[in-house]
Design a protein around this ligand. Structure first.
Ligand SMILES: [Zn+2]
Length: 56
C-alpha cells in the first residue's frame, strides 16, 4: 500500500503507487534533511580586547 495516498503499491514504484508519490516522498525526505533548526545558537558575547596601555 502506498504510504502517501494509501493506494495499492505498483511494483515499478514500490513501495509507492506511482512516480508522483515516489517523488513526493523524496521531496519530504529532502525537506527533512535540509531543514534548518530555528533554535538560536549560543550567541558568543563580544568581549572587547583587553588592551591596558599605560602611559608613564
Ligand atoms: Zn500513492
Amino acid at each position: 500500500m502506498c504510504p502517501i495516498c494509501q493506494k495499492p503499491t505498483h511494483t515499478d514504484f514500490a513501495p509507492f503507487c506511482s512516480k508522483v508519490c515516489k517523488n513526493i516522498d523524496l521531496l519530504r525526505w529532502l525537506n527533512e534533511e535540509y531543514r534548518i533548526p530555528t533554535e538560536d545558537p549560543l550567541k558568543e558575547e563580544e568581549t572587547p580586547p583587553d588592551n591596558e596601555e599605560s602611559d608613564h
